[in-house]
Design a protein. Structure first.
Ligand code: 3NM
Length: 216
């Protein structure tokens, strides 16, 4: 995959937005320049069944109108039904090899927490790695141990060149450190979904990432 897509990755579902209405938040974030979007419909108030499919369709079509790829978290069947641009799976979401087969030609992201998991994900065909948690966050309930951006340095030192995005507790003050450690970008939930103005929050985050990548 084009690693530029990972510069500013918004991950979001209904429960991450104060209003419970993620569409206006997504629209605002798209205006601010997010480069990739992940539909992660989990937690309190999460939609299911037809409601979830309808919301996913609406969010995918918003993303498409901005040329931003639409990735589905965990739910392989939903990603296939929607003909999404890809799927993101964790270590407990089934076999990476099987998912790779079912998503030939599409983006496959895998969450990893250490060098061994990164090696395995690369070997089994992941297109990019989500490495976290970079910092403590209340947004995810089953959070792994926080190892900080150093784990990205370790993964790079081990010779893994796959595109990497850091996730977990990242805000505009921390985004640069994550990229300096070897990530190609940052994935955020609350820094954009809870911001008063998601457009401005996205612009500021993108600026911090591109500053380190020497794009601005
Ligand atoms: N995955 P926020 S941390 C979805 O460590 C997710 O793999 C993580 O939310 C991991 O940007 C996380 O609000 C939550 O901290 C990120």
């Amino acid at each position: 995959m084009n690693k530029e897509l990972l510069k500013l990755y918004l991950v979001m579902g209904s429960s991450n937005c104060g209003s419970g209405e993620p569409l206006p938040v997504l629209e605002s974030a798209l205006k601010g320049g997010i480069t990739l979007f992940q539909f992660r419909e989990k937690g309190n108030g999460a939609r299911s069944g037809q409601g979830k499919i309808k919301l996913a369709h609406e969010m995918m079509s918003r993303c498409r109108s901005y040329g931003v790829p639409f990735i589905v978290n965990d739910d392989v069947e939903l990603a296939l039904t929607l003909e999404a641009d890809g799927v993101h799976i964790g270590q407990d979401d089934g076999s990476i090899i099987e998912t790779r087969k079912r998503f030939a030609g599409k983006v496959l992201g895998v969450s990893v927490h250490n060098v061994q998991e990164a090696h395995d994900a690369m070997k089994f065909g992941a297109d990019y790695l989500g490495v976290g948690p970079m910092y403590f966050t209340n947004t995810k309930s089953d959070l792994h141990e926080v190892k900080g951006p150093d784990v990205i340095k370790d993964i790079r030192a081990a010779g893994i060149t796959l595109p990497i995005v850091g996730i977990g507790g990242i805000d505009k003050e921390r985004a640069g450190i994550v990229v300096e450690s070897g990530a190609d970008g940052v994935a955020v939930i609350s820094a954009i979904s809870q911001a008063q103005c998601p457009t401005a929050a996205a612009r500021e985050l993108l600026y911090e990432v591109e500053k380190i990548l020497h794009i601005t």
